[in-house]
Design a binder for this molecule. Structure first.
Ligand code: HEM
Length: 413
């Protein structure tokens, strides 16, 4: 009789493996990060769903790593803990400039940067305000609804449609593609990888049509036209075109969306702070920074060491991957006292790392801040308070840090 080979013993869960998606789904990531910051700010995890990695969890070493882009590459292994799977036809590499090093990164970033200058922000303000007002004015007072879909998703999707000059009636496609592209957990399943690839190709084909419609025409102030009329991007191959589109779609969508949801959820958690803001709308600009800090919509970015080095006394080897946990740096008590609380007049809220630091610092930061500030201003004009009716449903992933559903009702204060 054949004997069965003994099963390999299952590995015990490592309590300091902060890449586990359930920590974010269940909102219990705070304790392991507190321990990491206190005992091991640069910490090696041997076994995880994404293989071995270093967790960098305090403020200072994250700034250090992001200030040395040659030593800590964005390109060598991409910007999330999920590795590209070589020789797997369901995992296709889509180059995007967030995951490029100098000099290529510089040229491509320069192409889209004009869409986010202060003068562009001034140009867009009235339109953003009008759309925000329109959405807020459709809300029923004292009646339950889902804030995520009705307000956060709708507002950010409209913004993206405008940035891309995307057909208005199809704009929810942008949300759909963004959700698929930003979910790094999918990498763990071949079936889901394949499905994702299908959706990414649909996205590529749709945009290719839009691109074809603009080639040879006079420049217009949208991102596709900017790409067509730039030397650095006009010659991109299909995959690079798709990669950069997806970067802008995910970059502009999930992040701002989840901050808008955090405005509702977070201010309800700290009613004294909400009262301060309601009494003094001059605090709106600082509240925007504080809620972005508190939420940190992208929990980490990854870097890959290009040479052996030492970080906070730890020996990092060339090829090692590092997760820079902005989420944790933004709760670093040595920089932000009482960091788990939203404090609307926190003096140094602006120092947060939610947009990253250095050459890859978020190119869309001004636009995100503008949209969130206008949302708060228009709520204040209507004396609108959002009351949370139950726990949110959260995204189960260690990259996009956000909400799927948030039951609320609005009342007047
Ligand atoms: C880069 C966060 C909004 C487009 C980044 C990075 C972070 C980030 C952490 C990477 C930094 C690094 O690797 O060091 C956020 C947050 C946002 C937001 C928290 C909202 C609250 C936006 C918006 C857009 C955008 C509205 C565009 C419409 C980009 C792009 C990059 C980027 C294109 C790549 C920049 C580069 O590699 O040079 N963002 N982002 N983001 N973001 Fe944002």
């Amino acid at each position: 009789m054949a004997t069965l080979a003994p099963e390999a013993p299952a590995l015990a869960v490592d309590p300091l493996d902060v890449s586990r998606p359930e920590l974010y789904r269940d909102d219990v990531w705070q304790a392991p990060f507190r321990e990491l910051r206190a005992t091991s700010p640069v910490h090696r995890v041997e076994h995880s769903g994404f293989g071995p990695y270093w967790s960098v969890s305090t403020y200072k070493p994250i700034v250090h790593v992001e200030s040395m882009p040659e030593l800590f590459s964005s390109q060598a292994g991409g910007i999330t803990l999920a590795d590209f799977i070589e020789q797997d036809p369901t995992d296709v590499r889509m180059p995007m400039f967030i995951a490029m090093d100098r000099p290529k990164h510089t040229g491509q970033r320069r192409t889209v940067a004009p869409a986010f200058t202060p003068s562009e922000m001034v140009r867009m303000t009235d339109n953003i305000r009008m759309r925000t007002a329109e959405i807020l004015d459709t809300l029923e007072w004292n009646t339950p609804f889902d804030w995520v879909d009705t307000v956060s998703v709708e507002l950010t999707t409209q913004m993206l449609a405008i940035l891309f000059d995307f057909p208005w009636e199809d704009r929810r496609k942008l949300t759909f593609w963004s959700d698929w592209a930003g979910d790094i957990e999918l990498v763990k399943s071949p079936e889901l990888r394949l499905e994702r690839l299908k959706h990414m190709y649909e996205c590529g084909a749709y945009f290719q049509n839009l691109w074809n419609g603009k080639v040879g025409k006079a420049p217009t102030p949208d991102l596709i036209s900017m790409m067509i009329h730039s030397d650095a991007m006009a010659e991109m191959d299909q995959m690079e075109f798709l990669g950069n589109l997806i970067l802008l779609i995910v970059g502009g969508n999930d992040t701002t969306r989840n901050t808008m949801s955090a405005i509702a959820y977070g201010l309800d958690l700290f009613p004294d702070e909400r009262a301060k803001l309601e009494a003094d709308p001059a605090l709106i600009a600082n509240t925007v920074q504080e809620v972005i800090r508190w939420q940190t919509p992208l929990a980490h970015m990854r870097r890959t060491a290009t040479a052996d080095t030492v970080l906070e006394g730890q020996q990092i080897k060339a090829g090692d991957k590092l997760a820079l946990w902005y989420l944790s740096a933004n709760r670093d008590e040595s920089v932000f006292p009482d960091a788990d609380r939203i404090i609307v007049d926190r003096p140094n809220a602006r120092r947060h790392l939610a947009f990253g630091h250095g050459i890859h610092r978020c190119v869309g930061a001004r636009l995100a801040e503008l949209q969130i500030a206008i949302l708060l201003e228009e709520m204040a004009k209507r004396r609108m308070r959002v009351n949370v009716l139950g726990e949110p449903e959260r995204v189960s992933a260690c990259f996009v840090h956000g909400y799927r559903k948030l039951p609320v009702e609005i009342s007047r204060y």
